[in-house]
Design a protein around this ligand. Sequence first.
Ligand code: SF4
Length: 110
Amino acid sequence: MARAAEYTGLTPAAFEAKYVYRTKHLRRLRKPPDRQCPFLEQGGCSIHPAKPTQCRLFPFWPELVADRGLWNDAGRRCPGIGQGELIQIGTAIEIASEMERAYPTFYGLD
Ligand code: SF4
């Protein structure tokens, strides 16, 4: 969140007040009424170099990597899944573990 705040020229507190709400385990970006994310622009992510970890690692989230059905569901909603270079499963699992390290509470690891 600090990287995104800096990228947008806001303090972390100001960024959070403007763009973030908290759930029990996570901080989430507020969803504007007209799109899925406040930073989603016509050309893609407007904070791409500083986007949140879960965005940077998507779709290699532990729950998706571990479940072909969930992976396929995500693929029906995200046109990027299934495109690009083939990723070996070991690499996918390694990337997914970064999610667990970044969000241990969400994954019940702390
Ligand atoms: S990559 Fe993340 S921050 Fe960027 S537009 Fe998509 S959901 Fe928003």
